[in-house]
Ligand binder design. Structure first.
Ligand SMILES: Nc1nc(=O)c2c([nH]1)NC[C@@H]1CN(c3ccc(C(=O)N[C@@H](CCC(=O)O)C(=O)O)cc3)C=[N+]21
Length: 284
């Protein structure tokens, strides 16, 4: 019991396919490119940026980072974004979130070109995900969750999934993507009466809340599959997930580690979305 299912084999498989696909595109004179938009220098954003740049380099996706000042005005930000929308060389745009408070995401999400929106900021892509329309771009992290489950042969149809956390970047989209796989979904959040009870009745538990080691042994049914999306730094400065890995592991049939789990697949999905966007934009 307690097979540790790592992200690397999943990421490697996706990367191998991408390398081949990008070689094919280059043969046609096409080079996929991602623009990353970062406002300020939050450690969280820098960590993701480092992983994303490394992955893109490895598979052959060109990158640029648009570094904007922490105090950039909304008008200037929108001007930059429109420039990227119109730049024919740019196929994908990733805007790090959350944006500083003075930038209004509810306005900006309508400005990003949906066909370049590789991490699902645009309501068009949220809508496509909700409908199960595969022409859009669901957010990279919950997509990585589903890819890991499929890679390790976890049946989803008819299974009971508990999602812990209801954010727009993890919980809500994870619920929709797993629903699209015909699983039965329960979503727990801070107002849920008894999250441990809901989780302990599930075949699959997906956790993305940002609370170090929240999910304990009593939350997990014997033989359940546990996917830990959290990336936290604990009091000793170590990277840890939202699941008490040592306490939970032996009760599960499979569990993802942190680091080395979902986080390592997210950047491969990002690169995959850039290539998909590139192909769509070139009518391929
Ligand atoms: N639009 C948007 N989408 C995001 O998904 C998003 C964001 N904005 N803003 C910042 C946060 C933070 N975040 C991280 C992802 C990976 C690591 C990380 O450490 N990744 C390691 C692997 C960690 C592991 O192995 O588990 C790597 O890629 O090498 C950290 C942080 C994404 N975020």
């Amino acid at each position: 019991m307690g097979e540790i299912i790592k992200g690397k084999p999943v990421a490697d498989k996706i990367s191998e396919d991408l390398v081949r696909e990008i070689e094919g595109l280059r043969g046609k004179g096409i080079q996929p490119k991602l623009s990353i938009v970062r406002v300020g220098a939050r450690p969280d954003d820098l960590a993701y940026e480092k992983g994303a740049l490394g992955r893109c380099k490895k598979v052959g996706v060109e990158t640029e980072v648009i570094e904007l000042a922490e105090d950039i005005t909304q008008d200037k930000f929108i001007e930059e974004l429109k420039r990227l929308n119109e730049d024919k060389a740019v196929n994908g745009i990733l805007i790090f979130r959350p944006l500083p408070k003075h930038l209004d995401e509810s306005v900006i999400k309508y400005v990003i070109a949906p066909e370049k929106d590789v991490d699902c900021l645009s309501p068009i892509n949220v809508g496509k995900m909700t409908e199960g329309d595969n022409t859009g771009f669901p957010p990279c992290t919950p997509t990585a969750v589903v890819e890991i489950l499929k890679h390790y042969g976890v049946e989803l149809q008819g299974k009971d999934c508990a999602i812990i956390g209801a954010s727009m970047v993890v919980g809500k989209p994870a619920a929709l993507l797993l629903l699209n796989e015909n699983a039965t979904i329960s979503v727990c959040h801070i107002f849920t009466k008894d999250s441990a009870k809901v989780a302990s009745q599930a075949d699959i538990v997906v956790v993305g809340v940002g609370v170090p080691r929240l999910v304990k042994e009593n939350w997990i049914a014997e033989g359940a599959v546990v996917i830990d999306v959290g990336i936290n730094v604990d009091d000793e400065g170590n990277l840890c997930g939202d699941v008490d890995f040592d306490g939970v592991k032996d009760k599960t049939s499979m569990i993802t580690p942190v680091p080395g789990g979902v986080g390592s697949v997210t950047t491969s999905i990002l690169a995959k979305h850039v290539v998909k966007a590139c192909k769509q934009q070139n009518n391929l």
